[in-house]
Design a protein around this ligand. Structure first.
Ligand code: IPD
Ligand code: CA
Ligand code: CA
Length: 260
């Protein structure tokens, strides 16, 4: 099975996520960082994944690598949680998804400093290392809510704060760990229940959204439809449909239209 070839390649790539001695640069604005490790991991993955699936395309965060006009496309965030990585905070991971004709069929999210590998194959369940995982059955009022304030587009932060305040007041508590992929996988493992981010990219959620759905969870964009694999999307996710609908209707109360 392909997943058994992807997992060791991701493990090998993670050796490039060293604890020190990497360069950090800003991309665009001061909050958006790229390290020499992001680039090294991406280069390694592109080379090795192309070898196991010749002719496949790649959509990757760094260096504008985006050629999705292929039957099979790898969607890669070489390091999700780069700001954490650059500071030595262990919430960071490699995220690799494989899409077939526009649908994610395999996904791996590996957090090397915690040695946690979340993975899924469409139709075969979701796993953390060797153990099957499942979302929790907590209702909205007991839900742990994971979110962020639109880090790279601060002009949307006021909408986020209104939405976050509203959900916070009706749920258990909020968290912001700094890696969307890990957060969605934590939901898949039953550790949190509610998720909202104003604007994420396909590489942030492609692998993790498959892992979440294989664990019984649900996700959607602003229009309630599936998360886009070709452009930035608002990202809502929950442990069940009722909680997702509650999140979506809360967002629509503050935002009649998507502001981008
Ligand atoms: C970011 C992380 C973060 C989320 C940002 C993402 P990056 O990815 O997933 O949790 O809040 O929106 O862009 O830049 O570390 O790959
Ligand atoms: Ca990311
Ligand atoms: Ca990244």
């Amino acid at each position: 099975m392909l997943i058994e070839k992807i997992k060791p390649i991701v493990l090998e790539a993670s050796q490039l996520m060293v604890h020190s001695g990497f360069d950090v640069k800003q991309k665009g604005d001061a909050t958006n960082l790229v390290t020499s490790s992001d680039l090294a991991v991406q280069h390694f993955l592109v080379k090795r994944l192309a070898e196991i699936l010749p002719g496949s395309g790649f959509l990757c965060e760094e260096e504008d690598l985006g050629d999705i006009r292929h039957e099979y496309v790898w969607i890669i965030d070489p390091i999700d949680g780069t700001a954490n990585y650059a500071r030595g905070i262990d919430h960071c991971c490699i995220s690799v998804a494989l899409a077939h004709n526009g649908e994610v069929i395999e996904g791996v999210v590996y957090s090397p400093w915690r040695n946690e590998m979340y993975w899924a194959v469409k139709g075969s369940g979701a796993y953390l290392n060797d153990s099957p995982i499942r979302v929790s059955d907590r209702p909205f009022k007991d839900g742990l809510f994971c979110t962020a304030m639109s880090t790279y587009r601060k002009e949307f932060a006021k909408y986020c704060s209104d939405i976050i305040y509203d959900i916070f007041m009706r749920s258990n508590d909020t968290r912001r760990f700094g890696s969307a992929a890990i957060e969605l996988c934590m939901m898949a493992a039953g550790k949190l229940e509610l998720y909202f981010e104003m604007r994420l990219q396909p590489w942030d959620y492609a692998a993790a959204s498959l892992i979440l759905s294989e664990a019984g969870g649900v996700s959607c964009g602003f229009d309630g439809g599936p998360l886009s694999l070709s452009k930035a999307s608002m990202t809502l996710a929950a442990n069940n449909k009722d909680n997702l609908e509650e999140l979506l209707s809360t967002v629509h109360r503050y935002l009649p239209e998507l502001p981008y």
